[in-house]
Design a protein around this ligand. Structure first.
Ligand SMILES: C[C@](O)(CO)[C@H](O)COP(=O)(O)OP(=O)(O)OC[C@H]1O[C@@H](n2ccc(N)nc2=O)[C@H](O)[C@@H]1O
Ligand SMILES: Nc1ncnc2c1ncn2[C@@H]1O[C@H](COP(=O)(O)OP(=O)(O)OP(=O)(O)O)[C@@H](O)[C@H]1O
Length: 284
């Protein structure tokens, strides 16, 4: 039997860092949602007790460094599954982009293997397993739109934002999440975005207010390190996006656009100097 799972990319509509914790992680307050740009996982049981990962993308690890491999290993160990699995990752989400591609693959593997092996693991438990794999994985398990606290694993689901277009542009640079958090200094932040304002904007389904309250304190670290991210933000604003922000630790920049008539102009304008541009819908 083969089963399939979609692993969508996430964006952070708002990301604030409150403090560094004793365990080295940072206490965050975020609002996360999913966009319609997704990897697709194909999972098939193997007669041998082994985990095999393949992908058409030549630039991701296929061994135990792959987050989908780690998810399969964790579930096998915890639930004493003595069966093997073959997982094919059809990658579409750019890698190391701030879009949680690896985390979403891990979450999709947890959901998929729960079905494939008929384990009936409750969602609460999948969330805990996800948190062992990475801070963004629990949100990727649930999807939708959520407030995330703690190191990102404490989730509160809220309603989805109103439908709109999301233009994603990734400059050709690699940004390490660990480096960005490592260089973050909470006392150097000029302006913290407001969780309350963003949540209210979403609850009122006000696209304009969502655009006004977009904010990500990690821009204060990534933008000075990589001026091309700021240039992309400026270009998106100039081309007419209604709201523009860096996602996660970057370097992908997203622009929210309400009018379909504007999308082609912004997309084509960005394609002039950035190879990786996507025009997708918010996943609602
Ligand atoms: C930037 C975001 O993607 C926003 O959604 C997340 O906060 C990061 O999520 P992630 O990539 O799943 O992060 P993890 O794989 O758990 O951690 C990667 C690195 O980022 C640092 N990290 C991560 C999350 C957090 N709340 N504080 C941190 O300091 C960790 O020290 C670690 O060295
Ligand atoms: N299934 C996977 N897909 C993509 N990258 C993976 C995967 N498994 C492991 N990796 C590794 O994880 C690293 C981060 O890739 P990923 O695409 O998850 O980053 P990201 O979008 O910045 O994530 P986040 O937003 O959660 O910080 C890369 O260096 C990549 O080699």
């Amino acid at each position: 039997m083969k089963i399939y799972e979609k692993a969508p990319a996430k964006i952070n509509l708002m990301l604030d860092v409150l403090r560094k914790r004793e365990d080295g992680f940072h206490e965050v307050e975020m609002v996360m949602t999913m966009v319609d740009l997704a990897d697709r996982l194909e999972m098939e049981e193997l007669p041998r007790d082994t985990i095999i990962i393949s992908s058409q993308a030549g630039y991701i690890p296929l061994d135990e460094k792959n987050l989908a491999f780690q998810a399969a290993k964790l579930i096998k160990e915890r639930y004493d599954v003595r069966k093997g699995v073959y997982i094919h990752l059809d990658k579409h989400i750019p890698v190391a982009a701030g879009l949680a591609g690896g985390s979403s693959d891990a979450a999709a593997a947890l959901r998929g293997l729960n079905r494939l092996w008929q384990l009936n693991i409750p969602q609460e438990e999948l969330l805990k397993l996800g948190a062992e794999l990475g801070s963004d994985v629990p949100f990727c398990v649930t999807g939708g739109t959520a407030i995330a606290r703690g190191r990102g694993e404490q989730l509160e689901q809220i309603i989805n934002p109103p439908q709109c277009w999301v233009i994603l542009a990734k400059p050709p640079i690699n940004v390490s999440t660990a480096d960005v958090y490592g260089n973050f200094k909470v006392d150097r932040i000029n302006k913290h975005p407001s969780l309350a304002n963003m949540v209210q904007a979403i609850e009122q389904q006000s696209f304009a207010d969502i655009c006004t309250h977009l904010g990500n304190v990690l821009e204060d670290v990534t933008l000075p390190m990589h001026p091309e991210v700021l240039q992309l933000k400026e270009a998106m604003i100039r081309l007419g996006a209604d709201g523009v922000l860096m996602s996660g630790s970057g370097p992908t920049v997203f622009g929210l656009v309400s009018k379909e008539s504007k999308v082609a102009r912004i997309y084509n304008g960005l394609r002039g100097f950035c190879k990786e541009v996507y025009a997708v819908r918010m996943l609602t």
